[in-house]
Design a protein around this ligand. Structure first.
Ligand SMILES: Cc1cc2nc3c(=O)[nH]c(=O)nc-3n(C[C@H](O)[C@H](O)[C@H](O)COP(=O)(O)OP(=O)(O)OC[C@H]3O[C@@H](n4cnc5c(N)ncnc54)[C@H](O)[C@@H]3O)c2cc1C
Length: 339
């Protein structure tokens, strides 16, 4: 018997801390429970929303139908060779706990992705990334339920169409439910510390030998100093993607803003730091009523208490319009809008 709650408060189900109601909510712990919940929703004609840890969503209204919170647990080593180890985890596994477990096993690959909130099942949805590493670099495969056909499919890396904060799962919201994910990690790794400010923090350690645990600890320290803890101040991490511009656009921007931070991309375009644009436009630390822009990180919108999803979205629109007017650059929202 599934424990379904009616008119459930979603406040503790999203890290922005927005209070909205789910008409019905269920926490599922296994594939069997997921299938039963989906069958119940189908019989009732209810729309379904899948939620992990709620750290990359803006709930902007009541959610009708059924919200399914992925809480399946379990992780294991599924393949071991002289050089690499493939680990597998259920979708509801906490991401950071999984990173720590991989470090306990002495494996390299996830250290730069330490302390990202949320679940393993959501990590492929936006191809999570931090400090110069993206999930796709350690991705092996995943199993997902195709809600259109009822089949459980295996996705290899190419099937996922990973791109910067993007994948097939983000492009087709609601179609696939990710059940479990496999990652391929290295037994004798090389740490990646070339991304500022991790590079200087690593240099300060004076260490020569690769040590994934030290890198993870440095990443955690940097993140804690720059990003608000959602348990203290509601937020969804970076609210905008870093925009990609053509070489001609970058040249035009550099004519007025010579110091604009930019990173060359393999396709010839440049990634421009969205946080820098927002900061230059004067929004850093801005506050109006319950919503604001974090004082330490202009890319993070915060809920000071009692904000509605629409308050957050309206602030995001104003920032986007201002940045477009000043710099001619379009900002794209990173979190998914629900409701
Ligand atoms: C303080 C903070 C820092 C952050 N830092 C980073 C960072 O450095 N890099 C980064 O990439 N992100 C970052 N994020 C964003 C976020 O943590 C990640 O995107 C994370 O992977 C979201 O996981 P979640 O379980 O909370 O997903 P949710 O927010 O619950 O869901 C996100 C989307 O995925 C879908 N989804 C969730 N689970 C599944 C599933 N099993 N199957 C199919 N679809 C599913 C949901 O429907 C929704 O569309 C940060 C967020 C915060 C609050």
């Amino acid at each position: 018997m599934l424990a379904m709650r009616e008119q459930a408060d979603l406040r503790s189900y999203n890290t922005l801390g927005i209070t909205e109601q789910a008409e019905r909510l269920i926490e599922i712990g296994s594939d069997r429970e997921l299938l039963a919940a989906l069958a119940t929703a189908q019989a009732g004609g209810w729309p379904v929303t899948i939620l992990g840890g709620g750290s990359n969503v803006v709930v902007s209204g009541p959610l009708g139908g059924l919200v399914i919170a992925m809480r399946s647990r379990g992780r294991r080593v599924v393949q071991r060779t002289a050089d690499r180890v493939v680990i597998e985890g259920e979708a509801g596994e906490n991401w950071h706990d999984l990173v720590n477990w991989s470090l306990d096993l002495g494996l390299f690959g996830l250290e730069n992705l330490s302390l990202i909130p949320g679940t393993l099942g959501a990590a492929p949805v936006q191809n999570i990334g931090a400090y110069g590493v993206e999930l796709q670099e350690v991705f092996h495969s995943l199993d997902a339920l195709d809600r259109d056909t009822g089949q459980i499919l295996r996705f290899e890396c190419a099937d996922c169409r990973f791109a910067y904060r993007d994948s097939i799962f983000k492009q087709r919201p609601g179609r696939y439910v990710i059940l479990r994910v496999r990652l391929v990690l290295q037994r004798h790794g090389r740490v990646r510390v070339d991304y500022a400010p991790l590079d200087s923090a690593w240099a300060d350690t004076g260490l020569r030998r690769a040590d994934a645990r030290v890198v993870a600890a440095l990443v955690c320290r940097i993140r804690r100093s720059k990003l608000p803890d959602p348990a203290v101040l509601g937020n969804a991490g970076s609210f905008f993607k870093n925009p990609l511009v053509s070489p001609a656009q970058l040249e035009a921007l550099q004519a007025s803003y010579p110091g604009i931070p930019h990173y060359a991309q393999p396709d010839g375009r440049y990634k421009v730091a969205a946080g820098w644009l927002i900061d230059q436009a004067g929004w850093k630390g801005w506050r109006e009523g319950p919503v604001g822009v974090h004082a330490m990180q202009a890319l993070v919108l915060v809920n000071h208490g009692g904000a509605r999803g629409e308050d957050i979205l309206s602030l995001a629109r104003r920032i986007g319009e201002d940045v477009a007017q000043r710099f001619g650059v379009t900002l794209e929202m990173e979190p998914q809008r629900l409701g």
